[in-house]
Design a protein around this ligand. Structure first.
Ligand code: NAD
Length: 259
């Protein structure tokens, strides 16, 4: 039985992961960590996630024998929690370069899956976008993402993943060609990749990558219809991390392992 502890258990994703873990016969929910000092400390984890009372309380720290941490919090909290030195699946997005470097350093001693998008569909799309960008070399690439009004970081981690895939298909680095939104006089430069973020309502997550040619347009779209798809991906990654050697892994590693 693989034990998982959900960090950020009171959040939108945390609650979804708790519910999915409780329904998974191969996994045991070992605990749920909530923000220190929050009113959810001590709450029943089952009640917190809408699954009904389970007799396991939300805590400020992972329990002993926490198993794999599944983290959906903020970049600051995610970096703090590296100090637990436990195998982890990190779904938190918006990490700075420096915060990412801290994750890489921690992954020298424990297995960590860092995945800004846990869905199988988006991860398959990355390969398709890379290939399209390579083959449609002269086309203009624009990425548009939409998320619910409560999302903190922009553009989304997934938009950046898609942007990196498109840039790498052209042998470029996203940092050198990305343009985030446009305002005022801003004609399109050759080879740039435009990235645009929409925020509103309850949108779970939508990503469009558009290739504009002179005589045709090619568009790929991914729509997450429910957070459940991310939660199931995160638990798949937790199974992978439970058996992996120390190192930093991506969702591609998880999916290609067949886990
Ligand atoms: P949310 O704001 O609903 O939840 C975040 C939770 O973390 C909150 O309950 C907050 O109280 C808690 N938290 C903050 N600091 C904490 C700490 N020190 N210890 C424990 N808990 C703490 O946000 P959300 O919509 O659940 O998203 C969380 C993160 O996951 C975001 O970065 C989001 O972009 C990302 N996300 C990733 C994926 C993916 O597939 N990788 C999918 C959806 C969301």
């Amino acid at each position: 039985m693989i034990r998982v502890t959900v960090v950020g258990a009171a959040g939108r994703m945390g609650r979804e992961v708790c519910r999915a873990a409780l329904e998974d016969p191969e996994l045991e929910l070992a605990g749920g960590v909530v923000e220190p000092g929050s009113p959810d400390v001590g709450a029943d984890l089952g009640e917190l996630c809408g699954a009904g009372r389970i007799g396991l309380a939300a805590s400020e720290e992972p329990p002993e024998d926490a198993g794999v941490l599944v983290e959906f919090t903020t970049p600051e909290a995610t970096v703090e929690h590296l100090a637990y030195r436990l195998p982890a699946v990190i779904g938190t997005t918006g990490l700075s370069e420096e915060q990412r470097a801290r994750v890489e350093e921690a992954a020298r001693s424990v297995p960590i899956v860092l995945a800004p998008n846990m869905s199988a569909g988006v991860n398959l799309l990355l390969g398709a976008v890379r290939e399209l960008a390579e083959k449609l070399a002269g086309y203009d690439v624009e990425i548009v993402e939409a998320h619910h009004r409560g999302k903190r970081d922009a553009p989304s981690g997934t938009a950046l993943l898609l942007g990196r895939a498109a840039a790498s298909g052209r042998g470029q680095r996203l940092e050198d060609v990305a343009v985030y939104g446009r305002e005022g006089v801003s004609p399109r430069r050759e080879g740039e990749i435009g990235i645009h973020a929409l925020r509103g309502g309850a949108v779970v997550g939508e990503h469009r990558v558009i290739f504009y040619g002179a005589g045709e347009e090619v568009e790929v779209v991914h729509r997450a219809l429910s957070r459940r798809t991310f939660a199931e991906g995160a638990l798949r990654a937790a199974r992978f991390a439970a058996a992996a050697k120390p190192g930093l892994y991506t969702m591609q590693d998880v999916l290609s392992s067949g886990g």
